[in-house]
Write a protein that binds this ligand. Structure first.
Ligand SMILES: CC(C)(COP(=O)(O)OP(=O)(O)OC[C@H]1O[C@@H](n2cnc3c(N)ncnc32)[C@H](O)[C@@H]1OP(=O)(O)O)[C@@H](O)C(=O)NCCC(=O)NCCS
Length: 310
């Protein structure tokens, strides 16, 4: 085992990585408490919008049966997998245990013939940064997450408010897919967020979003554009990813999403994910200062990606 420090690990015996069992519940709970749950739980509560094909919690156990680390491996679809909840007990950190858990996930991903493996962390998490570089992952952009809770009264007020209409919102047609994808590719943005997990936007995803009325395009008079893709929509929560270089389009999309959220009668949480350098991110940062929105994480997020295809 890798020994980055001079001090010996509490026990030098090998660490076993295995599926969690019901008897591990207390140990896993202790791990969650010892890590920062804000960093590990992003987006909507995944247990209610979970559409993954397969999900397993893997734990790292010492030879004397102590669970010292954990990580969740999830197949988002047939090609992409997502890791979350990586944590190691404080007394066992810096002995390569997170590396073993990550390596285990890569083995599972290869076994399952996944094409990409991803996770997200705050940009300030030096341990995950180093871990990611050590295992050949590459950063896929820096993102910001914002949330606004609209209660019953705010929704009712929002329904009465006239839309601002700074730039036109276009309802996308199936034939618009390739044009929109080429804009996204040109801007280097081909990920969107669904239930807190970053996934690839490809032709099939966009077609499905258009068909389900979950993709909104905004066009300004001077050729600017913006795109919002709703990843998850429930009566009490909406999650959307917003792209595009034009501030007027960003404003229209935000207004449009707020309008959609206000259709709720009982109140709703609207979560927006955006690349850090997109105009919508600065609009929302200003709204955070006015206390109208709040930033979900303290620091920007970095998506890490491992491409597994040969
Ligand atoms: C992140 C975490 C899981 C890392 O676990 P770990 O077992 O200590 O990680 P490893 O020992 O495998 O170390 C991985 C690399 O990061 C480095 N590293 C570990 N902790 C570090 C720190 N605090 N600062 C800088 N580098 C660090 C290690 O030296 C190693 O790099 P090297 O191989 O070049 O020496 C652990 O710190 C933790 O549980 N943190 C709280 C929860 C959390 O932040 N989870 C991640 C959410 S995405």
């Amino acid at each position: 085992m890798k020994r980055p420090q001079d001090t010996p690990r509490p026990s030098d015996d090998p660490i076993l990585v295995r599926d969690a069992e019901p008897r591990d519940a207390d140990a896993v709970e202790a791990l969650v408490r010892a890590s920062n749950p804000r960093r590990n739980r992003l987006g909507l509560p995944s247990e209610t919008v979970d559409e993954s094909l397969f999900k397993v919690l893997r734990v790292a156990e010492t030879s004397d049966g102590l669970v010292v680390g954990a990580e969740t491996y999830e197949q988002l679809d047939r090609d992409q997998c997502w890791l979350s909840g990586l944590a190691v007990l404080p007394g066992y950190r810096k002995y390569g245990i997170a590396g073993l858990l990550l390596q285990d996930a890569v083995t599972l991903a290869r076994r399952d013939r996944m094409l990409t493996l991803r996770y997200v962390t705050e940009t300030t998490n030096d341990a995950v940064h180093q871990l990611s570089l050590d295992h050949g992952l590459r950063p896929r952009g820096t993102w910001l997450d914002f949330r606004r809770e609209l209660d019953e009264a705010a929704c009712s007020l929002g329904r009465q408010k006239a839309a601002l209409d700074a730039a036109a919102i276009v309802r996308l047609q199936p034939s618009d897919r390739l044009r929109v994808l080429s804009l996204l590719n040109a801007s280097g943005r081909t990920l969107y967020v669904h239930s807190g997990a970053w996934r690839t936007i490809d032709d099939a995803v966009l077609a499905k979003a258009i068909e389900g009325g979950a993709a909104f395009f905004s066009r300004s008079g001077v050729g600017g554009w913006g795109l919002a893709i709703i990843g998850a929509r429930r009566t009490d929560a909406i999650e959307a990813t917003v792209y595009g270089p034009d501030p007027a389009c960003a404003k229209s999309l935000l207004e449009h999403l707020r309008g959609l959220a206000c259709e709720s009668i009982e109140g709703v949480a609207l979560t927006i994910h955006a690349p850090q350098d997109a105009p919508i991110a600065s609009l929302l940062a200003t709204a955070v200062r006015r206390r109208e929105w709040h930033a979900v994480t303290e620091h920007p997020l970095r998506v890490w990606e491992l491409v597994l295809a040969e």
